[in-house]
Design a protein around this ligand. Structure first.
Ligand code: FES
Length: 573
């Protein structure tokens, strides 16, 4: 049923004869707008996460104008709203600390102002879940506009991928195989256009999740940021959100359990970032849907990974786009998806991918010739991780997926940095590197420290992968036999806090097992002796975060932000 102008939410601000409405209209006119610019038109918010330090979104000022063009064309009233530009590169201690901040800001920007529909502009890792979490909670018509990946990196005739090749060549530099001069050349070549990381890291994974969930226009997640098609996508978002507002098509109409199952399936097929698990659990929580970690593992077991993209494969997002992009991949795995799910263009996922085709079967493999027979992420349980941990087996040395080794324990990140290259560190290639106090509260903010560096003396021997265990996350562009998100985290006394140097740890991927080989009595004895550290923050946002953040297996949302009830509209009188 199409909405009437009288039913627009913004009418409560702009309609009526009272003094408040007079104020709202006169202040719109202060900006040079005539009554005909806004009267009886949907007010479309454009939430823009641009900043000079959000390098992945450096094209967003232009894109926002292109969204506005579409909004005006379709008969809407466009207003741009800047929001917390959570960026992966510069924000410390971890942008993850601020994902929920962006989610809260998004929700309250929309609630407190005369907005009828919204285009969300993000892409750099945490911006996609942050913006969507807020929009889901507010539940106004919303379209997500992904920033798009940057172009392929280039150095010395070789293609470079964000993150993945940084870790790779950093290890070579530490091993003495790359000169300072070559390292500088790499710095010049690895990030050479606007756009987010162009490996299948967290950014590409989460924008692909947004598209699979049905929250973007078809094809939006794969278009490189600087391609003219990206500009056209921006103005198309502007046009469509106006129509969506009249149709009153909201996130709650789109984000069903089936849509989230589609997202998990796509996550496995693209070899997505381990971070996607945390974000999808949080997004589902906002939609009132509980996603258990076992669901990810179940879907992983019967979903082949068919995207041949780094860090699990060979190619980059630009190649993925030319090969047909996410639409073509979704069509290829169509038998594993719920194709009836509704999307923001008013059509089903199945209708949207119907005409897509793979144009390079090396980049997007067929379901019968996958890169890996199983999905890109697995969930482990055991006495170190009673509430679960995750690993990306497709990006690990397969020999390490069945491993028994002695722990080398670092109590925190600083201690790890100080000791890892010490010649006297008792470590060899069979050791298991353990990092404690790097989780949601311990990090704080669960930094991407989980790909612990290989000790220099082992690098010199040619070792490039080891089993590593932590309650941290790792970059979606990172790789290796890294067990992450151990829950509950060590900072609150999870069993990871009880591991000591020399303890035997078993990783058994086939059984999905992660075990500390220690008697229950010894574990109990150590638990009784464990002493908590003081909280990381005494005041401010950090203290709010610490008081309310949930553990990794629960999505790290704030307990008071999950959907329990609707929030009332503000009074406008
Ligand atoms: Fe923004 Fe990687 S730094 S996506």
């Amino acid at each position: 049923m199409r909405k009437s102008a009288e039913e627009l939410r913004s009418r409560r601000w702009f309609g009526g004869d009272d003094v408040r409405a007079f104020g709202h209209r006169s202040r719109a006119k202060q900006m040079g707008y005539a009554t005909s610019d806004f009267a009886d038109k949907p007010v479309i918010g454009i939430i823009n996460t641009w900043s000079d330090l959000t390098t992945c979104h450096s094209h967003f000022r232009t894109r926002a104008e292109e969204v506005k063009r579409g909004v005006w064309q379709a008969g809407g009233f466009a207003v741009e709203l800047p929001a917390m530009p959570v960026n992966e590169t510069f924000m410390k201690p971890s942008p993850m600390l601020y994902r929920n901040f962006l989610a809260m800001e998004t929700e309250e920007l929309l609630r407190s102002q005369p907005i009828d529909g919204v285009v969300l502009m993000g892409g750099c890792d945490k911006t996609t879940p942050g913006l969507l979490m807020g929009a889901i909670s507010m539940n106004l018509p919303a379209i997500y506009l992904p920033a798009g990946p940057m172009l392929r990196g280039n150095w010395n005739g070789q293609v470079l991928g964000s993150g993945s090749d940084v870790w790779k060549y950093w290890a070579e530099k530490r091993a003495g195989n790359i000169s300072d001069c070559e390292w500088l050349e790499l710095e010049d070549g690895i990030a050479r256009s606007p756009g987010h990381c162009m490996t299948m890291g967290t950014a590409s994974t989460m924008t692909s999740m947004a598209e699979t969930l049905g929250m973007t226009l078809p094809g939006a997640a794969s278009i490189p940021a600087v391609d003219a098609n990206h500009s056209r996508m921006a103005s198309a978002c502007g046009r469509r959100i106006v129509e969506m507002t009249w149709e009153d098509l909201k996130p709650s109409d789109i984000l069903t359990t089936a849509a989230f199952e589609n997202a998990i399936t796509a996550d496995m097929a693209i070899g997505g970032s381990t971070n996607a698990i945390i974000h999808l659990v949080a997004l589902a929580g906002r939609a009132g849907i509980k996603l258990d970690l076992t669901k990810f593992d179940d879907i992983s077991r019967h979903t082949p990974m068919i995207a041949n993209l780094r860090p699990s494969g060979e190619y980059l997002m630009e190649d993925f786009y030319y090969a047909g992009g996410l639409k073509a991949l979704l069509k290829e795995i169509g038998d594993l998806l719920n194709l009836d799910c509704l999307t923001v263009n008013g059509k089903t996922l199945g209708e949207n991918v119907q005409t897509a085709r793979v144009t390079n079967s090396e980049v997007i493999r067929s379901i019968n010739r996958p890169v890996s027979a199983r999905g890109g992420t697995a969930v482990l349980y055991g006495n170190i991780a009673p509430d679960g941990a995750v690993i990306k087996p497709t990006a690990a040395d397969p020999r390490l997926l069945q491993h028994l080794g002695r722990a080398v324990v670092f109590e925190d990140y600083e201690q790890m940095l100080a000791r890892i290259d010490d010649d006297d560190l008792a470590v060899d290639e069979t050791s298991v590197l353990v990092l404690q106090n790097a989780g949601p509260l311990g990090g704080p903010g669960m930094p991407e420290w989980g790909m612990l560096p290989i000790p220099k003396k082992l690098l010199a021997k040619g070792v490039r992968d080891m089993v590593r265990i932590s309650d941290a996350r790792m970059s979606g562009t990172a790789y290796g036999a890294c067990v992450l998100h151990v829950s509950p985290e060590s900072f609150i006394g999870g069993p990871l806090a009880l591991v000591r140097d020399g303890d035997l740890i078993e990783l058994d991927m086939s059984q999905r097992k992660l075990d500390l080989q220690l008697s229950d009595e010894e574990i109990s004895r150590r638990r009784a002796a464990w002493k908590p550290q003081p909280p990381r923050y005494a005041r401010g946002y950090g203290a709010l975060y610490a008081a309310h953040v949930k553990q990794a297996n629960e999505g790290c949302d704030f307990d008071f932000l999950e959907r329990v009830t609707e929030t009332a509209e503000p009074a406008t009188e």
